[in-house]
Design a protein around this ligand. Sequence first.
Ligand SMILES: [Zn+2]
Length: 205
Amino acid sequence: MDKRKIQKAVRGILEAVGEDPQRDGLRETPRRVADFYQEIFAGLSENPEAQIKLYSAPNQDEMIIAKDIFFHSLCEHHLLPFFGKAHIAYVPADNKITGFSRLVRVVEVLARRPQLQERLTAQIADVLMKVLRSKGVLVIMEAEQTCLSMRGLKKPGSVTITSAVRGTLKKDALRKEALALIKGFIPEDSTSGKLNSRKSTRVKK
Ligand SMILES: [Zn+2]
């Protein structure tokens, strides 16, 4: 990552809005932002598929749920944070499972890029489908979009929910079971099988 280029750009923005980049509080800002971007966009140079390690678990063919995976990301339209929780359900194939921390890493690597919540949700589902070779995957993400709440388009604290469903979890009965296990964050109406069509509550920008 070219941190000098980021610093130069941040100084340019400060000048453009009429600030003095040399005043006390701002002198170190370009460097701080560059350090921050290096951290927050670290996922750009990492492979999400490489985060998964498969373990053999005899007779493990029941659905596995990982709830409340906290994440932060930056919306690619405004470079402002969106943050919240991811919930993952998957049905193992051939008794192959992975650890909770591995799922957390997949979410982290994909979230530490300029993102959109819908695409992040779909990418997590696709990586898990591919690498876990699971029979089905359901990913639900609920997040506050600061670019919406700060501009008053949504009340602070209101969440956008996105979902991506793959394979056997598209079947009504299985999906309902997964949602019942994840429930608590999911609105009542999504257990009625409408989740497929209700991909996002995002407002148009
Ligand atoms: Zn945005």
